[in-house]
Design a protein around this ligand. Structure first.
Ligand code: NAD
Length: 255
């Protein structure tokens, strides 16, 4: 990996307006990629991400689209291609969670979580794959969750819909790695507890219990996930596909 080894590449990061997605946008921009920042709800936050990209000498643009809609996702890919060229680095990071106890969740909540986290991932990969296959080169990282590998026994809320959606993202990425190789590499990143807006409502008591069970002795930062994602998109990971990497400070370990 060199300083600017993604120069000339067009990257799309879904959910890039804040949190983990924002850190990934910055990391890829630092490596020279032109970054399309997708989000669904805050033009202001997305503009801040663009400003941060420019502050590290990068470039990109903002694309508002709800990835749970195939039509909106397809239109976004067409706009990016018209503006800058086809997407050759894709990070499916957009996601939502409900931190209530899912045991009594309404059917609509199940559908919404699955439609953003799973359908949204599928829509993006489907829009990206044809061009990547034709060009013989594409790199995809899907952001799952440690919760997709092991349901938390610490948190009081039972994240049935969220955990299911994130398990399915892992299964989807593994299947895609086999179906879309060798042209396209597809890997998954499964973060543990990362300090972002998504997790800011967690009580301090639960946070401390999670930290006490984490060998690294802390929660994660968005940059912890951005570094791993960048590595998986880089040439240094050219022999890695179909894998899931857990970045949870050791809270969850694979068998
Ligand atoms: P966040 O809530 O801070 O940011 C989510 C981003 O996704 C925002 O930019 C938002 O605009 C975007 N988004 C939401 N719905 C969208 C939609 N329908 N279409 C397009 N964009 C949409 O969340 P975060 O903590 O940065 O999480 C990012 C990803 O990492 C998510 O997939 C999340 O499930 C996963 N993750 C987070 C944690 C954590 O502890 N924060 C742990 C494991 C996995």
């Amino acid at each position: 990996m060199t300083d600017r080894d993604l120069s000339g590449r067009v990257a799309l990061v879904t959910g890039g307006s804040r949190g983990i997605g924002r850190a990934i946008c910055r990391r890829l921009a630092r490596a020279g990629a032109w970054v399309a920042i997708n989000h669904s709800s805050s033009d202001e936050a997305a503009a801040e991400t663009l400003a941060l990209i420019r502050a590290v000498g990068g470039e990109g643009d903002v694309y508002r689209a709800d990835v749970s809609s195939f039509e909106a996702t397809d239109a976004m890919f067409r706009s990016i291609e018209a503006d800058k060229g086809p997407v050759d680095l894709l990070v499916t990071n957009a996601g939502i969670a409900s931190f209530q106890d899912d045991v009594d969740m309404p059917v609509d909540l199940w559908r919404r979580i699955l439609s953003v986290n799973l359908d949204g991932t599928f829509h993006c990969v489907w829009c990206a794959k044809e061009g990547m296959l034709a060009r013989g080169d594409g790199r995809i990282v899907c952001i799952s969750s440690a919760n997709g590998l092991a349901p938390s026994r610490i948190r009081p809320d039972r994240l049935i819909a969220y955990g299911t959606s994130k398990s399915a993202v892992i299964g989807f990425s593994r299947n895609c790695a086999i179906a879309l190789g060798p042209a396209i590499r597809v890997n998954c990143v499964a973060p543990g507890l990362i300090d972002t807006d998504m997790t800011s409502g967690m009580s301090d008591e639960i946070r401390q219990r999670i930290i006490a069970s984490t060998p690294a002795g802390r929660t994660g930062t968005p940059d912890d996930i951005a570094g791993l994602t960048y590595f998986l998109l880089s040439d240094a990971a050219s022999f890695i596909t179909g894998q899931t990497y857990v970045a949870s400070g050791g809270l969850v370990t694979l068998p």
